[in-house]
Design a protein around this ligand. Structure first.
Ligand code: FES
Ligand code: FES
Length: 187
């Protein structure tokens, strides 16, 4: 089946078997290896990309269902070659070791900051009506719990995300992100 995708800002046309995952379409068909294959079963988050602004595990998405969608990988968040605030924060806080999980962590964090900024509660948000008051470390850990790091760099990943959250551009460079923001997620 022929499908059209916009990947990191570039339009792509490709023919895929209907069983092909978005992750395999990106890596094996388009040569975009930013998203990583960890478990291939939706359990590690290494394959996370932004699909029309929402974070998804691309190993669980069939490429044909992404017809016409905008896909952004961690590479694509570096608009014009400029590092995204999350990229800079991960370097500054030494938030990785082998780096295999990092592109997924970055995409997931970008999606998460947009969700938090739009007032979406998490499982640890106390007041579901008033929403989250602060993007605490507990909130960051819960909202990032789908992204595993086998090097256990969590102690630096959390402060990196907390620092990046103070920059409005951290969630702004995310077309299609949830709207209805109640102000920045980190106050
Ligand atoms: S490779 Fe997709 S969640 Fe692990
Ligand atoms: S930095 Fe190695 S898996 Fe996360």
């Amino acid at each position: 089946m022929e499908i059209a995708l916009t990947v990191d800002g570039a339009e792509k046309l490709l023919t895929v078997d209907v069983r092909t995952t978005l992750l395999d379409a990106l890596r094996e068909r388009l040569g975009n290896t930013s998203a990583k294959k960890g478990c291939d079963h939706g359990q590690c988050g290494a394959c996370t990309v932004l699909l029309d602004g929402r974070r998804v595990n691309s190993c669980l998405v069939l490429a044909v269902t992404a017809q016409g969608a905008q896909v952004i990988t961690s590479d694509g968040l570096a608009a014009g070659g400029e590092p995204h605030p999350l990229h800079r924060a991960f370097v500054e806080f030494d938030a990785f070791q082998c780096g295999y999980c990092t592109p997924g962590q970055i995409c997931s964090a970008a999606g998460m900051l947009a969700e938090a900024g739009a007032g979406w509660p998490s499982a640890v948000t106390d007041d579901l009506v008033a929403g989250m008051a602060d993007l605490t470390d507990e909130e960051i850990r819960e909202r990032m719990s789908g992204n595993l790091c086998r090097c256990a760099a969590y102690a630096n990943i959390v402060p990196a995300i907390r620092a990046a959250a103070r920059e409005p551009a951290a969630s702004a460079a995310n077309p299609g992100a949830p709207s209805g923001a109640r102000g920045g997620p980190c106050r």
